[in-house]
Write a protein that binds this ligand. Structure first.
Ligand SMILES: *Cc1c(COP(=O)(O)O)cnc(C)c1O
Length: 350
């Protein structure tokens, strides 16, 4: 993609239009079409997407939002920014995502939304969550930062809830050359509000109907994303075939990996294993010159930042899984030989 990207970047530089503009507008339309929704609103980051999605739903001080403790901190930070309180509910040990069976017990009169995360690219089980949201009059906001292009129940990730929030941070499976984010929604009123929020609360320049934010996407980032978006199906298919090979080569080892249901399509943002010997696996990989990582070593309810909010809270499935996860190399360009070598090292240490 290099020459196509170089050319697109130079064209933006020469246009002298750097913040919002024709590439951002085109990207919004292309992502909305890809996801099968009416609207997409480009923002400065995935964290902003979550924050502004919550704001657009009227969530603020005195409210509670139910989410998973097994995610990147930004999911909970976005809730805290609004003044609302993140309420952590334990995960399903089979999917590593929010356990729908535990949500209802956590709903109070202050609850306004449920914020599931599609961790590692595997869609959370949304149907029962949507039913609970409907029953209790709650919004469902999806954190799709790791799941661009995943499917659930015949819909693209982000298209199931009221709002779907994407990050295009450079490490994500659709990645910009810096920070970038997006919200998708079918609700015109929410999309309109988000466009005003992202641009200092203004529809007409220097007229501000509310106190807004500076969360606009750059043309340079949009130009890069438009080129990569054309290849996202191929990238995700390559991740899936790499994962299938990992699964096959590791099937006889005492290792567990979250697996998709028949109604979902995992896009393997990460390929993650569970093992009681994960530290031995990591050191064997490291000695062989192979990278590995732990996403995430400390669940959010045990983070220092939430020590007052969550004092004494125990979420056993999440805590056990956080102590046993290890993620192996995963990207579209991995070769069969590389995966075979990685699996040799993992199997010997497992
Ligand atoms: C990356 C990530 C975010 C934050 O996105 P940024 O673009 O880095 O702000 C939020 N939630 C999850 C699950 C993420 O992986």
């Amino acid at each position: 993609m290099k020459s196509e990207i170089d050319h697109a970047l130079l064209a933006v530089l020469e246009s002298t239009q750097y913040v919002l503009g024709p590439n951002v507008e085109a990207l919004e339309i292309e992502v909305a079409c890809y996801c099968g929704v009416g609207h997409a609103v480009a923002l400065a980051s995935g964290t902003d997407a979550l924050h502004l999605a919550l704001r657009a739903c009227g969530i603020g001080t005195g409210h509670e939002v139910i989410t998973t403790p097994f995610t990147f901190i930004a999911t909970a930070e976005a809730i805290s920014y609004t003044g609302a309180r993140p309420v952590f509910v334990d995960i399903d040990a089979r999917t590593f995502n929010l356990d729908p069976a535990l949500i209802e017990a956590a709903i109070t009169p202050r609850t306004r939304a449920v914020l599931p995360v599609h961790l590692f690219g595997l869609p959370a089980h949304l149907e029962p969550i949507a039913a609970l949201c409907h029953k209790h009059g709650l919004k469902m906001i999806e954190d799709c930062a790791q799941s661009f292009g995943a499917d659930y129940g015949g819909r693209k990730s982000g298209a199931y809830g009221d709002l779907g929030c994407f990050s295009f941070y450079p490490s994500k499976n659709l990645a910009a050359f810096g920070d970038a984010g997006m919200i998708v929604t079918d609700q015109t009123g929410l999309a309109d509000a988000l466009r005003v929020y992202r641009n200092h609360g203004s529809r007409e320049q220097y007229h501000h109907s509310m106190v807004g934010y500076n969360s606009r996407l750059d043309e340079l980032q949009a130009a890069v994303l438009r080129i990569k978006l054309k290849h996202i199906e191929r990238f995700n298919a390559a991740r899936r075939s790499n994962a299938a090979l990992y699964n096959k080569l590791l099937r006889d080892s005492p290792l567990v990996t979250p697996s998709e249901d028949p109604d979902s399509r995992h896009v393997y943002h990460q390929y993650t294993l569970l093992s009681e010997r994960r530290d031995a696996i990591r050191s064997a990989l490291s000695q062989a010159g192979i990278a590995s990582a732990i996403y995430y070593p400390v669940p959010l309810h045990l983070q220092h930042a939430y020590r007052d909010l969550c004092a004494g809270q125990r979420l056993p499935a999440c805590e056990r899984i956080a102590s046993q996860v290890v993620s192996l190399p995963m990207y579209p360009e991995l070769t069969v030989q590389q995966i075979e070598r990685i699996c040799e090292v993992v199997t010997a240490a497992a």
